[in-house]
Design a protein around this ligand. Sequence first.
Ligand SMILES: *Cc1c(COP(=O)(O)O)cnc(C)c1O
Length: 492
Amino acid sequence: MDFISTKNHLNKVSGSYAIVHGIAEDGGLFVPESFPQLSQADFDKMLEMDFAERSAYIISKFLTEFTYDELLDFTKKSTARFNGDPAPVVKIKDGEFMLELINGPTLAFKDIALTLLPYVLKACAEKQKITEKIMILTATSGDTGKAALEGFKNVDGVSICVFYPSEGVAKLQKLQMTTTTGNNVYVAGVNGNFDDCQSAVKRAFTNPVFVKQLKEKGYILSSANSINFGRLVPQVVYYISAYLDLVNSGEVKFGDEINFCVPTGNFGNILAGYYAKQMGLPIGKLICASNKNNILTDFLTTGEYNLNREFFKTMSPSMDILISSNLERLIFELSGRNDVLTKMRMDELKKDKCYKITDEEKELYDKQFVAGCCDENETIESISSLFDEIAYCMDTHTAVAYKVFEDYKNQSKDSRKTVIISTASPYKFVTDVYYAITAEHVADAFRATRKLMNETAMPVPESLAELKTAEILFEDVISESEIEQTILNSIK
Ligand SMILES: *Cc1c(COP(=O)(O)O)cnc(C)c1O
């Protein structure tokens, strides 16, 4: 299977090229030339498989340069980093399920893709006969950074630089990143928000002077952000896997449609759900949940994507994003894969901070998506009411999704079963979660962790407990204009 750029369909490359380079030279995002279709026989086979096997099976449909067995070796190594099943489906109420993607090394759903990407990327570089080392550039709203650092630290032939908004991440997220050991890692805060970090990193990719300077130092660039198709494809797996688990447990009859509700920032997670649907998974609605930064809710309601708005810092910081990169891939599909139109709209977004899709495109999209948002008080209320009702404790991002799902359930007559995607451990956002449950403010994250454990009896993940005594290794805070020089300086 080949891949094409959203901005030029003639720019056609192999899967290994798309993953090694992360982004097309024309600034577009790589998408599969077509969506592989899953047959009844495929589903029947996968019903019997575990997560690592399903993962290799599905990924092999996209990355056809690899055999199932090659991929299985990688997916087994990736799932071994999880505490138990990487993607368990937990029933919380009749017809309502949580897909808990929170048991990886950094306690957020990004671990699913980022424990796997290093193996896939190395193998892709071999196929591409790349002789240079690979520099992974990562902009993070909090969780991608640590997940990428854990995946790539001490990997031979790879270096990784992570840039986070210096004042825009939770305290434990920051500690997770700045205490990372490893001989090939560099972490810095950036004065600005996530959009500033992401835009600066994207510019670096397409700045020929910088690319040349790096090359002289023996490096080519790649990305661990969800602009890289290698991040998206492992995420397609858990939608399909969750469905199969529900069939196996008798909750769903094969062929029945179910909904997924997804807490959304950069549109990577939910786009993977859309891809699963394109492959033939019986999905009804994809419910796109936003926090107070509700640009996607407005887009899904009006068809206009308008960046002229205030940016808010919220208690679900991994969703504090206004420029949702992966929406470009959806726009491309809705336009009937029109690369010229997609490029025009992305240019408009840069120049005028705004673009609008047509009524026909919006109709297509309305058939498959619904959107809603949730403010800060509602996030707290969502955590506390579900905990009071059934003693289930959610993190702040998952709480946004749960609230938006409840609103949809109450407003629509949709009785299909729904899977809510749980994207982070409550312990990662412990001060807000503890406040939601007890109405008591405990500013110290480690004290709040002890107290939340007493309140909920949920075991505290070891990796967080260790942070208390870990040494802080990275304290730099830079301006976005210094990103390129900082990367060059980080090379030893
Ligand atoms: C990254 C993240 C999200 C948003 O996912 P996108 O793929 O950016 O839409 C939601 N919740 C958590 C905890 C995250 O880390």
